[in-house]
Design a binder for this molecule. Structure first.
Ligand code: SAH
Length: 397
């Protein structure tokens, strides 16, 4: 049996831990973490050395490890991982059977009982993401479980445990066969070009599936659409397929131009009829005001934090101002889709930003609908922060 390191819970947090809170961090334990090594099995106890839960050490930007079981005699081994993976797969069988959608998340970290690890499915290929060296120390067991429970064509991985959770540059191929890239997958009938071995991002953020569908099905017909922070232009493609008369995609990264052209092309949309602009969004807003441009649908999906030459953008500090820029170029009666993946504030606070932005521009609005993570991005009731996605469809009145 693996040696267990005893870690004492901070008295203030004991009841939370007992109820299933899964994240260990410096503040909620009293044991010095200096002797902890990534991959150590941790036995969390209270002041009287009574067992609370068991987990592993994994030093991440958020926390020092994850609790995995509240049963004292349950071992964290291949069988344990197999059980968790099987349960996760069982809950997603309808995705496997779908012909319209061939990309989804099959394992979502602590939501599926193993923090620090996610697994996505791309038409027969699996992408594992490890969020710490500690999580990675289980790679043999996870691979065995995948071999046993799926018949994958191939497996890729991303190690996200360089400083502050940054991606470690590597050949990300693990096992099986290598497809030729782009790998074409489908989401609600729309194609995506996926690159599993080309850096940290693969071409799509799967957590926005429902938002994309809604934009296509209910908000695009006959509309002029502005998609900011557009990356591969996923929202623009859905808008165009939903009947938008014009889409404009704006992203700072040079790669976004060829990626967006590719996204339109594989969906048989003439990209030359769309606007694809490589530019700082904040500069584009100024240009749009000067040229008196306006849009019926404006999509805002910034990263939580970004630094460009002129700007540092932090969602927690700057989202309100971003909204004000968007309000200025949205038609009356038009819609702003405001999205954020920032986990440091919740929906209530996000709605506060929306309220203030409209107040400061003397405008009126109505929130039409709200989205959080889709069901394949399973979250844990005891750990609210894991439900990071917040999307509001806002009508400018
Ligand atoms: N909305 C995208 C995902 C956005 S990822 C989608 O649905 O797929 C965040 C993107 O913001 C990245 O592509 C990054 O290049 C871009 N970005 C960051 N800062 C920016 C800025 N100041 N102006 C324009 N784009 C920016």
């Amino acid at each position: 049996m693996t040696k267990e390191i005893i870690v004492k819970a901070h008295p203030k947090y004991i009841s939370q831990f007992q109820k299933g809170f899964p994240l260990l961090n410096k503040e909620n334990v009293t044991t010095s973490i200096q002797d902890l090594q990534d991959g150590d099995i941790i036995r969390l106890v209270d002041n009287n050395n009574h067992f609370i839960a068991k987990g592993y050490a994994g030093i991440q930007n958020k926390g020092i490890g994850w609790l995995l079981t509240w049963k004292e005699h349950e071992d964290i081994d291949k069988d344990f991982i197999c059980k968790k993976l099987q349960a996760a797969i069982n809950q997603r069988l309808h995705f496997y059977y779908s012909e319209d959608t061939t990309a989804f998340r099959i394992f979502n970290g602590e939501g599926d009982g193993f923090g620090g690890l996610t697994i996505d499915y791309f038409d027969g290929y699996y992408l594992i993401q490890w969020y710490s060296e500690g999580a990675y120390s289980f790679h043999e067991e996870v691979m065995e479980a995948l071999r046993e429970l799926t018949d994958f064509k191939g497996v890729y991985q991303k190690k996200r445990f360089a400083q502050e959770g940054k991606y470690v540059e590597a050949d990300d191929f693990v096992e099986g066969t290598r497809p030729s890239f782009p790998l074409l997958v489908k989401e609600n009938g729309v194609r995506f070009a996926i690159y599993l071995n080309d850096g940290a991002m693969v071409g799509v953020f799967l957590d926005q599936r429902e938002v994309r569908k809604k934009i296509r099905d209910a908000y695009s017909e006959g509309k002029r659409v502005l998609n900011t922070f557009s990356y591969t232009g996923a929202f623009s493609v859905f808008a165009a397929l939903g009947g938008a008369i014009e889409t404009t995609s704006v992203d700072l990264a040079n790669r976004s131009l060829s990626k967006t052209i590719e996204q339109f092309s594989i969906n048989d949309i003439d990209y030359e009829a769309q606007n694809i602009i490589v530019e700082d969004v904040f500069k584009y807003f100024k240009y749009a005001i000067k040229k008196e441009l306006s849009f019926d649908l404006v999509i805002l999906d910034p990263p939580s934090f970004a630094r460009s030459k002129k700007h540092t953008f932090s969602a927690a500090k700057d989202y309100k101002n971003l909204l004000k820029e968007a309000i200025a170029i949205t038609e009356k009666g038009g819609t702003i889709v405001a999205s954020t993946n920032c986990s440091t504030f919740n929906m209530k606070k996000f709605k506060g930003f929306i309220e203030t932005a409209f107040k400061e521009t003397n405008g009126k609005y109505e929130i039409l609908e709200e989205y959080t993570l889709p069901e394949d991005f399973k979250t844990l009731r005891q750990y609210k922060q894991s439900d990071y996605l917040k999307v509001a469809f806002i009508r400018k009145l």
